[in-house]
Design a protein around this ligand. Structure first.
Ligand SMILES: *[C@@H]1O[C@H](CO)[C@@H](O)[C@H](O)[C@H]1NC(C)=O
Ligand SMILES: *[C@@H]1O[C@H](CO)[C@@H](O)[C@H](O)[C@H]1NC(C)=O
Ligand SMILES: *[C@@H]1O[C@H](CO)[C@@H](O)[C@H](O)[C@H]1NC(C)=O
Ligand SMILES: *[C@@H]1O[C@H](CO)[C@@H](O)[C@H](O)[C@H]1NC(C)=O
Ligand SMILES: *[C@@H]1O[C@H](CO)[C@@H](O)[C@H](O)[C@H]1NC(C)=O
Ligand SMILES: *[C@@H]1O[C@H](CO)[C@@H](O)[C@H](O)[C@H]1NC(C)=O
Length: 744
């Protein structure tokens, strides 16, 4: 029985409670996601870089490392090496008309604009500056055109364009990312069969002159490109609006240039320094400006839903998707992209990998608790806060007054909880105290007594199970552990004596084990007054049998057996080796009968344990009708007091009259008077058994009773002697019975 736990101090419990609360307040931190694997950008065994430019598949610098049209020549004569696109394999041919190249035309003109020299033509592969897989764009280093006035008589003209290939190359000028620009005081920039823009200088109002950073006509013009054009040819011509004035005033040996180009948006920031000067030319001596190209995968558009994916389908990574894109001749092409929430290379198996959004709060804002999920991330407000944490900082769930009221309610709750805990604890302590007071520790050692919990007995203590009221408590009948039991529950009064009697009974019962003593199965000690659980005896008490309303016939043999075995039970009590047990209240009401009419002594409520050398004890009050007058006079209880009482029981057995009946008539006095006066006692015998053939037997029994009732205590037989005498009577009688039956 884990009683020690009930003594656990309150403090650890409180601490536990607070720990739990604290744990709820600070949930375990999310396990940090493992560092993202290095992204796979190209096929196995293929270089992923040329110089410091990343070359992701479908681009590749080696055989088997690129898709047709995405061959990159990494020219390592440069340091660092530089990548150039060679799209000759776009159609499986090295036809130069499929090449994407920069074409250059250069010549000198006289003042009248007529070529002074034979134009020189050249072409070279276009350099790759970078690739963006997510939107399938390549940054190329394109060209620009210019016209410079070298001296009074000569101009130099350079026309450059990107030739995207007569036949389809994977590349197409991106209209969204590029812009047509013209820089000069009087210049028209025009894309062949495309848009044009004119820049000029307002010479009338100088205050309305060119503005650094602004390209809106004054010295700098720009125009958007139409979609899906593959021609980047840009012409540049002198405007006709004004005489060539020159912003800087011209002359002075300055080279005065105008520029035209198709270039990546926002790359160029206009400055008046570039106006009518070769400053721009000198700054970009390599002759290249960046231009953005869309690239598409050859082979038509994306397969329609339900359509089987074509052989060599490019979008092979998990979590990738195919995106349609129009190409030059308005035919369909496509490119691949990782699905939302993934990044990497959709053209490679396993190339698209989950984005750990939580690691990129700049791109994926989260104002609360961030949790990465495949393809997405969760962002929730911490406990006690609310709102859309992805959009704005979380706000408190409760307003201040709400918080206060929650606090108050919480406080009350905790207070109630504490009170509850204290009550429970007190109850437990009380139970433990009762247990101890009621001899629990001793009884726990008694193997034959079971200690019941209060709850186990509760169901039995119902009105419907009530079977009677004894001197010291109510008795209920019930079933426990599969056997019928009688539960004796002390009546709830403040009489301390009763309480002691119950404890007393338990202690005594725990020490006896005899077939003629009611067996105590167990008890419940967790109550002020312990409850006792006995074996249930179906025939009730001898008092009921003899004097009850039913008055069932009860033959002599049965009465003799009851007398003999009751005597045995009492003799057993008196003969206990270490401690003598004095019953103190022997009477028919305390002799119970089982199904087989076997008597069992019960009710040790006022019994006493006395040490063997001490022959008596005191302060015991039993039923006066059966009480030894010597004891009543001297107040000393001995084993012979029980003998006296048993004498009365014998008288009741043979007369079937109560010890005190019809008012003040005392059975004992009547019998003793009859004995003294030598008168016939037989008329006091119960007529049912007072047959002539058994008169000797009855008289012998009557003699035993009289000896028991002797006022001289020393003249009384011991209980053992009484038991033996009755046993002998029984034997001799059964012998005569056998003889009679065999004779007849
Ligand atoms: C690549 O190298 C060149 C030359 O060293 C350098 O100017 C350029 O900034 C580098 N580009 C990148 C993206 O590192
Ligand atoms: C590398 O560039 C140099 C200089 O432009 C050129 O002469 C050479 O042919 C190129 N090599 C390759 C393999 O294209
Ligand atoms: C492009 O590659 C093909 C095949 O390898 C080659 O024959 C051709 O000369 C290359 N062109 C350029 C401009 O590098
Ligand atoms: C102008 O420049 C061209 C080319 O450099 C040169 O041939 C010509 O002689 C120059 N004219 C004058 C007048 O300097
Ligand atoms: C533009 O900036 C340059 C220096 O970067 C300066 O010399 C020039 O005067 C500026 N032009 C105007 C119009 O502000
Ligand atoms: C362009 O130049 C102007 C003045 O020189 C400067 O204020 C502005 O920030 C520049 N813009 C960019 C995008 O570089």
């Amino acid at each position: 029985m884990a009683l020690s736990s009930s003594r656990a101090p309150l403090l650890p419990l409180l601490c536990l409670l607070l720990t739990v609360v604290a744990a709820a307040k600070h949930p375990k931190q999310e396990k940090p996601t493992p560092a993202a694997l290095a992204p796979v950008v190209t096929l196995e065994g293929c270089p992923d870089k040329c110089g410091n430019v990343s070359i992701p598949y479908p681009f590749g610098t080696k055989d088997g490392c690129f898709r047709p049209g995405f061959f990159v020549v990494c020219n390592d004569t440069f340091d660092p090496p530089r990548p150039f696109i060679n799209s000759s394999l776009a159609l499986g041919t090295d036809d130069t008309r499929t090449q994407i190249v920069v074409e250059d035309l250069y010549y000198l003109t006289a003042e009248d604009g007529m070529p002074e020299t034979t134009p020189t033509r050249s072409a070279w592969p276009i350099e790759l500056a970078g690739v963006s897989l997510s939107d399938a764009k390549a940054r190329l280093l394109g060209a620009f055109s210019y016209e410079c006035r070298l001296n009074e008589t000569h101009h130099s003209v350079r026309r450059q364009r990107i030739n995207f290939g007569v036949y389809r190359s994977p590349f197409l000028l991106s209209d969204a990312d590029n812009v047509l620009m013209g820089i000069g005081s009087n210049v028209v920039a025009e894309q062949t069969t495309g848009p044009l823009c004119q820049s000029y200088l307002n010479l009338i109002s100088l205050s309305d002159g060119p503005v650094n950073g602004s390209c809106s006509g004054q010295g700098c013009c720009q125009a958007n490109l139409p979609p899906v054009r593959s021609d980047s040819t840009v012409t540049i011509q002198k405007g006709t609006m004004y005489e060539d004035g020159g912003y800087g005033g011209g002359g002075g040996g300055r080279v005065d240039c105008s520029y035209a180009m198709i270039v990546e948006k926002a790359w160029y920031n206009f400055s008046s320094v570039d106006l009518d000067s070769d400053a721009f030319l000198r700054r970009n001596a390599a002759g290249v400006v960046p231009v953005v190209a869309d690239f598409t995968i050859d082979g038509g558009g994306c397969p329609d839903a339900g359509e089987p994916t074509p052989k060599d389908f490019a979008c092979i990574s998990d979590n990738s998707k195919c995106v349609d894109r129009l190409v030059y001749d308005n035919s369909r092409g496509h490119y691949c992209s990782c699905s939302v929430g993934y990044q990497g290379n959709p053209y490679i198996h396993g190339g698209c990998q989950d984005i750990d959004e939580c690691a990129r709060p700049d791109l994926y804002p989260c104002h609360g608790k961030c949790k990465n999920t495949p393809g997405d991330y969760e962002c929730s407000c911490p406990a006690g806060k609310r709102g859309n944490a992805k959009q704005a900082p979380c706000t408190d769930l409760f307003s201040l007054p709400a918080k206060i009221s929650v606090g108050v309610v919480g406080g009350l709750f905790i207070a109630a909880l504490l009170v509850f805990i204290i009550l429970i604890r007190n109850e437990k302590r009380k139970m433990a105290e009762f247990f101890e007071k009621n001899g629990g520790p001793t009884l726990e050692k008694a193997k034959n007594i079971k200690i019941y919990k209060k709850e186990e007995l509760k169901p039995i203590l119902r009105r419907s199970n009530f079977i009677g009221r004894g001197a010291f408590g109510e008795v209920y009948k019930g079933d426990l552990d599969g056997q019928s039991v009688a539960v004796k529950k002390p009546v709830d009064d403040s009489d301390g004596v009763h309480n002691d009697q119950f404890a007393n009974e338990v202690i005594i019962q725990s020490r006896v084990n005899h077939k003629n003593i009611v067996r105590l199965i167990g008890c419940c000690l967790e109550v002020d007054k312990p409850m006792l659980v006995y074996e249930f005896l179906s025939k009730g008490s001898l008092d009921d049998v003899l004097h009850g309303s039913r008055r069932d016939p009860l033959n002599l043999k049965c009465r003799l057996d009851i007398a003999a075995e009751s005597a045995e039970g009492l003799a057993y009590l008196h003969s206990k080796t270490t401690n003598v047990i004095l019953h103190g209240d022997v009477k028919p009401a305390n002799i119970l009968l089982d199904e087989d009419w076997t008597p069992k002594i019960s009710d040790f409520g006022i019994s006493r344990l006395i040490v063997k050398d001490k022959q008596h004890t005191d302060f015991v009050i039993g039923d006066r009708s059966y009480m030894d007058p010597v004891y009543l006079r001297d107040g000393l209880l001995t084993d012979r007091s029980d003998v006296y009482s048993f004498g009365v029981v014998i008288l009741e057995l043979i007369s079937r009259k109560k010890a005190t009946y019809s008012g003040n008539n005392s059975l004992v006095r009547e019998f003793l008077d009859a004995h003294k006066g030598k008168m016939e006692a037989t008329k006091l015998f119960d007529e049912e058994i007072a047959k002539p053939e058994v008169s000797d037997l009855l008289n012998s029994l009557y003699e035993i009773a009289v000896r028991c009732l002797n006022l001289d205590v020393d003249e009384r037989p011991s209980m053992t002697e009484v038991a033996e005498s009755i046993l002998m009577l029984k034997r001799s009688w059964s012998n005569t019975l056998t003889k009679t039956s065999s004779a007849s």
